[in-house]
Ligand binder design. Structure first.
Ligand SMILES: Nc1nc2c(ncn2[C@@H]2O[C@H](COP(=O)(O)OP(=O)(O)OP(=O)(O)O)[C@@H](O)[C@H]2O)c(=O)[nH]1
Ligand SMILES: Nc1nc2c(ncn2[C@@H]2O[C@H](COP(=O)(O)OP(=O)(O)OP(=O)(O)O)[C@@H](O)[C@H]2O)c(=O)[nH]1
Length: 458
């Protein structure tokens, strides 16, 4: 489970700039499927092999005074409460404001790691601006420049030292299932139906599933862990802001699960919010099953289910591999089919494919459709191997990893799916530079040197 780090501070101190700098490297690694909705407030980051999720609390207010408004304050409190660590950004150029001292006194009471970064220190010459900040009585403020990168390395080195390591206690023998979906989609009803008892309060008021509670259920003699998820809610404008941080909880359950059951209200059609939630599950590499709920309310003819499924596949293209099912949590229709799908998906999700098989598939794929040239250079694919499962991730060694075009990558992924039969699970394909005897850079240097010598001789 990745630790969650909240980035707080008053407007304009550079939270977003900081967030972008720290999350950028990581996002480049994640499959960049068009159609995956990215909420720029949440991003994965990795430093020195330690992974964490950054939450940017910025963008809530347009002017300074607004910052004292109660609802903004309560969101920041919520973020501090939900996160595993906090980074407070201060403005080295703008100096100290009363709001800073206010936040610092709140943070003093927090029993989790807090790091202070004084931003806009754009180089050594600016370090003199740090003096004021020592007067705040905070421990070890870090001079950084989010825009130019100054001090960021040292800061991140120390950040990852204080992050909690993932709890070892998570049982690995049980399939972990998260139920996600927008407010009122029927998540609690479905969980009740599965558990066969009124363990969860079902209500018409959106947002009753506040805290995550895990339950264990036994289906066909096998135990499954159901992770109860807080709904990812989005209502009016004001609450849109307020709700941002209940997403932290939803992200947490998606982080902890193997399989996400994404519940949609079929009566409402496929909404943007459904796609956003599906996007989160996809990005986190969960196995996904799409459940079109409240099917009992739909007026149907023979083609209705097909039309719904098509619309869904069309709107969430990145989840094309996810099986879907029309259900009714209320009547129980087809709810018993869900666990069959869970088993199908989990089997693929946790599978290992041998290197021999992988390379046969890749060879055939490469021969059938040659990789396009890049800047007049031929792309060379060396070999592919599976580096992890849940979900299956493959590393493919290439001479120019950055030059593999997106559409060609997609082609290879499809060929891998077809060849391995991994059609219902997310898979990852990562291109790495082959570390051969002479790498591209070295070879180029040698060539340059040779050219220079030639010229000299002439
Ligand atoms: N000189 C300098 N300017 C910076 C640095 N980081 C951010 N800025 C500038 O500060 C301004 C505010 O940066 P943002 O990242 O949008 O600030 P924020 O804290 O996210 O603001 P809100 O979204 O309003 O909360 C922008 O004009 C940035 O270009 C830095 O390291 N040095
Ligand atoms: N007709 C019909 N109603 C359903 C079905 N599933 C849920 N409902 C109703 O939809 C409403 C919302 O259901 P909940 O299970 O509370 O939804 P939720 O997704 O947990 O909602 P939040 O707690 O707001 O996130 C309730 O009135 C349910 O009775 C279904 O399959 N058919």
């Amino acid at each position: 489970m990745k630790p969650i780090v909240a980035v707080i501070g008053r407007p304009n101190v550079g939270k977003s700039t900081f967030f972008n700098r720290v999350t950028k490297s990581k996002n480049a690694l994640v499959d960049n499927f068009p159609g995956v909705t990215r909420d720029r407030n949440f991003g994965d980051a990795v430093w020195d092999d330690v992974e964490f999720t950054l939450v940017d609390t910025g963008g809530f207010s347009d002017d300074d005074e607004d910052v004292f408004a109660g609802h903004i304050r309560s969101q920041i409190h919520q973020a501090i409460e939900d996160a595993d660590a906090v980074i407070m950004i201060l403005d080295g150029k703008g100096g100290i404001s009363p709001y800073d001292s206010d936040l610092i006194s709140i943070l003093r009471l927090v029993k989790k790691p807090v790091l202070y970064a004084v931003n806009k220190i754009d180089g050594e010459g600016h370090e003199k601006y740090m003096y004021d900040f020592y007067s705040l009585g905070i421990e070890n403020p870090y001079p950084v420049s989010a825009e130019h990168g100054y001090g960021i390395r040292d800061f991140l080195d120390d950040l990852i030292k204080v992050l909690p390591s993932s709890p070892a206690g998570e049982k690995d023998d049980m399939v972990r299932i998260a139920v996600a979906g927008r407010p009122n989609a029927g998540k609690s009803s479905l969980i009740n139906r599965i558990l066969g008892q009124e363990r969860h309060v079902v209500s018409d008021i959106p947002g009753t599933t506040r805290d995550a509670i895990d339950s264990i259920c036994r289906v066909n003699g096998k135990d499954y862990c159901l992770i109860d998820t807080a709904g990812i809610r989005r209502k009016g404008k004001v609450s849109l802001k307020l709700e941002k941080f209940s997403i932290i909880k939803a992200l947490r359950s998606l982080d902890r699960c193997d399989i996400a059951l994404i519940v949609l209200d079929a009566g409402k059609g496929v909404t943007d919010q459904d796609i956003t939630i599906a996007g989160y599950a996809y990005e986190r590499g969960c196995g996904c099953i799409l459940l079109l709920n409240k099917w009992d309310l739909i007026e149907k003819d023979a083609g209705t289910a097909k039309r719904f499924n098509e619309e869904l596949k069309n709107q969430a293209k990145f989840l094309n591999f996810a099986p879907s099912l029309t259900i009714s949590a209320l009547t129980g229709q087809r709810v018993n089919k869900i666990f069959g799908l869970v088993e199908d998906v989990y089997k693929q999700f946790s599978t290992r494919i041998g290197t021999g098989q992988l390379n046969r598939i890749m060879e055939t794929a490469l021969a059938r459709n040659e990789p396009p040239m890049h800047n007049g250079k031929r792309l060379k694919f060396y070999y592919t191997t599976q580096v992890s499962e849940k979900p299956p991730a493959f590393v493919c060694f290439v001479n120019f990893p950055d030059a593999v075009h997106f559409s060609y990558k997609r082609y290879l992924i499809n060929q891998l799916r077809e060849g391995t039969g991994l059609t219902k699970t997310p898979i990852r394909l990562i291109f790495r530079q082959r570390t051969g005897r002479i790498e591209f850079g070295q070879r180029k240097q040698k060539e340059d040197k040779r050219d220079r010598k030639k010229k000299k001789r002439k």
